[in-house]
Ligand binder design. Structure first.
Ligand code: CA
Length: 232
């Protein structure tokens, strides 16, 4: 894989660069946010490892700027321990996953593999629900024929819901599909992700597909209910 590593702590940067290089990856590095963003925009990468605390533009600003110019490169964020606000903010801005420092190198590699895998261990490649169509191989989603730009995490969530259209999928299962099992991801992160998915696949359309099953999880309706008047 081609990986961009943005981290200002020299020792950490060198450790990760060396480890990834030895694991057979092509690695480019940057020690500050601005330089990292320039590199990210200039070359194609399979994944980015992005520290949150960076000089000259932090990890949030880099994520925002990158997503604003429609770069969908999967982003693995590195945050300070237990900084839940940081985690939620990062995911909201379009990061695909995060790790809290300190972490093991093996875990970093596993996370990178998980965010770069286009679809997770399931078979059907085209999934439909109502006027929604998902192509799991091309990693594309359309609703009423309109292309919808989704982050990797949003796409994983939508795919899981669509494969079980008409049925409630538990919060635990959804979190497992997006971030992997036993990660101890904050439950708030799922709600943040659902909200951002809703803003893309439901907000622009009259019929709402994503339903909340209070206390259990979420479901994707097989058919959008008919909207009445200005009700949304
Ligand atoms: Ca840092």
């Amino acid at each position: 894989m081609r990986i961009l590593l943005i981290e200002d702590e020299a020792r950490m940067l060198e450790l990760l660069r060396k480890g990834l290089y030895e694991a057979g990856h092509a690695v480019m590095t940057a020690g500050d946010g601005e330089t990292g963003l320039e590199i990210a925009k200039s070359y194609e990468f399979d994944a980015m490892v992005l520290d949150v605390g960076l000089p000259r533009s932090d990890g949030f600003a880099v994520t925002r700027a990158l997503r604003a110019c429609s770069r969908a490169t999967p982003i693995l964020m590195l945050t300070a321990r237990d900084a839940e606000d940081d985690i939620i903010r990062g995911l909201e801005l379009g990061a695909d996953d995060y790790m809290t420092k300190p972490f093991s190198f093996a875990e970093l590699v596993a996370r990178l593999q998980s965010i770069t895998r286009p679809c997770r261990a399931e078979t059907a490649t085209r999934i439909g629900a109502g006027d929604l169509a998902i192509d799991a191989v091309r990693h594309q989603a359309t609703r009423s024929g309109m292309h919808i730009d989704l982050s990797r995490a949003e796409f994983a969530l939508l795919t899981r819901l669509a494969r079980n259209a008409g049925k409630c999928v538990s919060r635990q299962e959804l979190m497992g599909s997006v971030w992997g099992r036993d990660r101890g991801v904050s439950p708030g992160a799922l709600d943040v992700l659902v909200n951002s998915l809703r803003s893309k696949i439901d907000a622009p359309f009259p019929g709402k597909l994503i339903g909340t099953v209070r206390g259990s999880g979420y479901m994707l309706r097989s058919h959008a209910p008919v909207a009445r008047g200005s009700q949304g």
